[in-house]
Write a protein that binds this ligand. Structure first.
Ligand SMILES: Cc1cc2nc3c(=O)[nH]c(=O)nc-3n(C[C@H](O)[C@H](O)[C@H](O)COP(=O)(O)O)c2cc1C
Length: 391
């Protein structure tokens, strides 16, 4: 879900602004990202115990809807056992937990990178108690042992862990990623998965991808279950953001004011064709048009370990991109497995020469640079290490 679009969620922003002012709500009240909600980005390096150090970095990994569903058990000396919090899954948009496992993979990759910064290597055993079936469960997705690795160099991606952001704004069409940057991303992914990207503004796949992602986005909005799943984790304004420190954080003053005046009802999906819906579609169209390139990762097969590996690959690409001044924004809508987007799922797999079911496009992301003069986005909230450590 896009942040900016919510400004116009109920349409006629001016009317609502007037209503908010009439109700005595200052338009700027509660519309800043609270420092406390993003403290984890500034304190990760201060952890001194090795397991806590690597975990404090791992929780900064990109992950679907920022649900941060990771539980770390430190009960056995020298070992980190990682499980999923099954109350933090996304059953409507991610019915088989594929994306949640990609987020778990991103978490493991950031953890492994952080280990190299303190002279350690993370030995990772996936699914030590067996792989989950079609629905994820609470069994361990990894057991990690940190071992001494004398002489091992610090992974250069370490420096980007705290700088990386998902950026959902318009990118600069005039400055697409260049060949050297694609090479750097390919090298960073390191052959983990099949990596592809559009090749310049003339690549016919660029408009074709735009068409598919726009249609998938519209369908996600118009499907009540997927729309409600996003609305449920919308955190609007400083107080809500700080209370939950997860989900989709909205700081736009107008929307914050709408919520404070009770004019934004999140208990029902906006009606198809309503201005609330069309505003979001228009906004997604606008950023889609301002997308100079896409990247994707494909697996042959779709085993649980491959989903984890794809998440590891995406984390490396995002970190390498951050180091190069590139921004990214996953667009997963056409890759999701619920029936309303089945046609877009087939279309994107065919377009990227990854026919399903033999292949799975695990991630498709916008890539580019921010227009000159546009500052980096705020970091997304994190719940903090204490919320993840079970013992
Ligand atoms: C597997 C995966 C799928 C994602 N899909 C989307 C998406 O479809 N749309 C979107 O805006 N963000 C998507 N994201 C980005 C997350 O929303 C983002 O990582 C999270 O909100 C935390 O923000 P951060 O990356 O800035 O730390 C995805 C991330 C991952 C790892």
């Amino acid at each position: 879900m896009q942040r900016r679009t919510f400004i116009r969620l109920a349409g006629g922003g001016v009317v609502f602004a007037a209503a908010a002012i009439a109700a005595g709500v200052a338009l700027t009240a509660g519309s800043a990202m609270p420092e406390s909600a993003t403290a984890a980005w500034r304190t990760a390096g201060a952890e001194t115990e090795p397991r806590r150090f690597v975990l404090a970095h791992a929780i900064l990994a990109p992950n679907p809807h920022n649900m941060q569903p990771w539980i770390a058990d430190l009960g056995t000396a020298g070992i980190i056992t990682l499980r999923l919090d099954t109350a933090r899954l996304l059953p409507a948009t991610d019915p088989f937990g594929r994306q949640i496992l990609m987020g778990a993979g991103a978490f493991l990759e950031v953890l492994a990178i952080a280990a190299t910064a303190i002279g350690l290597r993370a030995e990772i055993a996936l699914f030590p108690d067996g792989e989950p079936g079609p629905r994820l469960d609470g069994r361990a997705f990894a057991r990690v042992r940190l071992v001494a690795a004398a002489g091992q160099a610090r992974d250069p991606l370490f420096a980007a862990i705290t700088a990386r952001r998902t950026d959902r704004r318009a990118y600069d069409l005039a400055r697409p990623p260049g060949a050297a940057e694609w090479d750097a991303l390919t090298a960073a992914i390191g052959g983990l998965e099949r990596f592809g990207s559009t090749e310049g503004a003339a690549d016919p796949r660029l408009p074709a991808i735009r068409t598919i992602v726009r249609e998938a986005w519209r369908r996600e909005l118009e499907t009540a279950a997927t729309m409600m799943e996003s609305l449920k984790v919308l955190r609007v304004g400083g107080a809500e953001i700080d209370r939950y420190r997860d989900g989709i954080a909205i700081t736009d003053p107008l929307l914050v004011a709408l919520v404070r005046t009770g004019l934004f009802d999140r208990s029902v999906p906006p009606a198809p064709g309503s201005s609330a819906m069309t505003a979001q579609i228009d906004d997604f169209d606008r950023i889609t048009a301002a997308t100079p390139a896409y990247l994707w990762l494909v697996t042959e097969g779709n085993r649980r370990a491959q989903q984890i590996d794809a998440g590891r690959g995406f984390a490396r690409a995002a970190l390498a991109g951050a180091g190069l001044g590139l921004v990214m924004h996953p667009n997963e809508q056409s890759l999701q497995e619920y029936p309303e987007v089945a046609a877009q799922y087939q279309a994107i797999h065919a377009l990227l020469e990854a026919p399903a079911p033999r292949f799975t496009v695990q991630i498709l992301a916008r890539v580019g640079r921010l227009p000159a003069g546009v500052a980096a986005a705020d970091p997304a909230p994190r719940r903090g290490l204490g919320a993840h450590v079970a013992a």
